[in-house]
Design a protein around this ligand. Structure first.
Ligand SMILES: Nc1nc2c(ncn2[C@@H]2O[C@H](COP(=O)(O)OP(=O)(O)OP(=O)(O)O)[C@@H](O)[C@H]2O)c(=O)[nH]1
Ligand SMILES: [Mg+2]
Length: 552
């Protein structure tokens, strides 16, 4: 609390203090506002043609006097409540409305975001005396998803509810709701998509993927919001009004996390966090978090930490508060967790240290690869969008048991196996980390070591989930990343997987239009054809007759 008296609109601090002193100690714990205080407030308003308000503590003491203009007043900065906080502020705000108007959207927003005990507006009658009393207080979670209860009394003189008793009951109920949420419950998030090009379907598809990412990260998605915009708001990405709405919604649904489908620049992330007090993540951070949760090998862990630090670096500005907000839970987890608390210089040092160690590991790997080359076994690499079925394919091809999961990024570390083709040729086959649209730049470079394996590939098997509605965009994303990795000229075989989920006709059409082979890694359908085709691509001398045999 830096300003003891809020907005003054020309009133001197001493004058406000005087008002505070004359009005103090007039409210009993059993009423919202005493008729006497109401009279003072209305009298002042009628004389000045301004709204006036007081913040009253549970004890009935006036803590602040706030003067506005005829239509609105701004509450002093009493600090926002923390996300997920259950307790009420212990302050109620009683103010005047010159035209006896009902509580406004701003009033209710203040009630919810500041977690006030109650907000009340007293109508000022023409003769300057108090008229109607509008008031509202928050509600615990309820079936109707109502955030507050609003009431209107004809006058401050009778029918006021027992304020103290109402608050006690309300706080008891609020406490119950939280106790019902166990420790270790998953974090609850609202997803936010922003559509800038008018193509709603694309944003919706992208939100579907974001939801999968959230699920993989272990976040419970309680709501999704899509906003159509001509351009992004520089400060909050979405409009301020929409942000307030989101904030209320999150509070109502007990969400403590907002996940944006667009990359937020550091100042937007900060702006949104300050405006809402919710934890804010973007898609990139969510992906980084999944990688942090899943990295197994020492190598993988180093790479994720490097990517997290690189992402964090420009976000480490002035306030160290932003750092502590980042620590812990989704988005603040992983190898970097405790290290996030250190300052920029140390982060920079850590980054260069990690760079060196990763380079070293990469040298080791090259040595290993060279010894493999001595065996002269060609490498076949399985690439593709995350969750396409790459590991499942590796497993059926080599009868191994690499982890496969219906989650994104099940595989982070490359696995290599020997594979014998029908014509007795032997190769090394490798499974790699899945690709994703707009793979964070730092992750691409951080995973360069893992992806280096691809440098040796004589053939890429590009596995596609043929049954995914976003199939074509996924193919495009994979192609784009292969291009970035300088692998676009590598021989490639399109492997249309999961054909058990599409019709026979659709599978045939795919093959005749776009080439490749259709398989189901889950049922082993088409695996023999895949093997032959791969072998033929790799070893030109393979007789065509075996393929011809398959065709009949
Ligand atoms: N119906 C069907 N499901 C499949 C098929 N192949 C794989 N799946 C399922 O798809 C999911 C993902 O398979 P994974 O092999 O883990 O996919 P991945 O490409 O390795 O995924 P990441 O490592 O996460 O990038 C799993 O639930 C598999 O059981 C298939 O041919 N048909
Ligand atoms: Mg995998």
């Amino acid at each position: 609390m830096n300003e003891p008296f809020g907005n003054t609109f020309g009133l001197k601090a001493s004058e406000l203090k005087h008002l505070k002193n004359t009005w103090k100690r007039r409210v009993s714990v059993h009423e919202i506002v005493s008729p006497e205080l109401a009279r003072h407030l209305c009298e002042f308003s009628a004389q000045t043609h301004r709204q006036v308000g007081v913040l009253i503590s549970r004890k009935g003491e006036i803590e602040h006097v706030v003067v506005g203009n005829a239509h609105k007043l701004d509450l002093p900065d009493i600090g926002r409540s923390r996300a997920g906080q259950v307790r009420l502020r212990g302050l109620r705000f009683v103010h005047t409305h010159l035209k006896s108007e009902a509580l406004t959207k701003d009033d209710l927003t203040d009630l919810a975001l500041l977690r006030l005990d109650l907000i009340a507006a007293i109508g000022v009658k023409d003769d300057g005396l108090p008229g109607v009393l509008h008031f509202a207080h928050l509600l615990p979670q309820n079936a109707d998803a109502a955030l507050w209860r609003m009431e209107t009394l004809p006058s401050v003189h009778d029918g006021q509810p027992d304020f103290g008793a109402t608050m006690t009951a309300l706080e008891d109920e609020l406490a119950l709701t939280t106790r019902a949420r166990k420790v270790g419950d998953r974090e609850r998030a609202v997803l936010v998509g922003v559509c800038l090009d008018g193509k709603r379907a694309n944003t919706e598809a992208s939100l579907v993927e974001l939801k999968e990412l959230a699920r993989t990260a272990g976040v419970e998605v309680v709501d999704e919001v899509l906003q159509m915009r001509k351009q992004v708001d520089p400060r909050y990405l979405i409009g301020r009004g929409k942000l307030d709405e989101l904030n209320l919604k999150s509070m109502q649904m007990g969400a403590e996390l907002l996940i944006f489908d667009k990359e937020l620049n550091p100042s937007q992330a900060r702006g949104i966090n300050e405006a809402t007090s919710l934890k804010v993540l973007d898609r990139t951070q969510l992906i980084l978090d999944i990688f942090a949760q899943r990295a197994q090998s020492a190598d993988g862990k180093l790479q994720v930490e490097l990517a997290q630090l690189k992402y964090l670096m420009p976000r480490l500005v002035q306030s160290d508060d932003s750092l502590s907000r980042l620590a812990g839970g989704i988005g603040g987890r992983g190898p970097g967790e405790t290290k996030l608390e250190i300052d920029r210089r140390r982060v920079r040092e850590r980054i260069s240290q990690l760079d060196k160690r990763i380079d070293q590991l990469s040298v080791n790997r090259q040595t290993r690869r060279r010894s493999r080359e001595r065996h002269e076994l060609p490498v076949v690499s399985i690439v593709g969008y995350t969750n396409a079925g790459k590991s499942t394919l590796l497993n059926v091809l080599t009868r191994s048991e690499v982890l496969t999961e219906d989650k994104l990024f099940a595989t982070l570390d490359p696995t290599s196996r020997r594979l014998r083709f029908p014509r007795e040729h032997e190769v090394i086959i490798t499974d790699t980390v899945g690709f994703i649209r707009d793979l964070p730049k730092d992750l691409v470079s951080a995973f360069r070591a893992t992806l280096e394996e691809l440098d040796d590939a004589a053939l890429l098997l590009h596995v596609i989930d043929a049954a995914d509605p976003a199939r074509d965009q996924q193919i495009e994303s994979v192609e784009k990343i292969l291009l970035q990795l300088g692998l676009s000229d590598r021989p490639r075989l399109l492997v249309w997987n999961k054909i058990d989920r599409i019709s026979e006709e659709e599978a045939d059409a795919l093959i005749s239009d776009r080439g490749g082979v259709a398989i189901s890694a889950a049922t082993s359908r088409g695996i023999d054809a895949l093997l032959l085709k791969a072998e033929r691509t790799l070893f030109a001398e393979v007789a065509d007759d075996s393929l011809a045999m398959l065709r009949v």
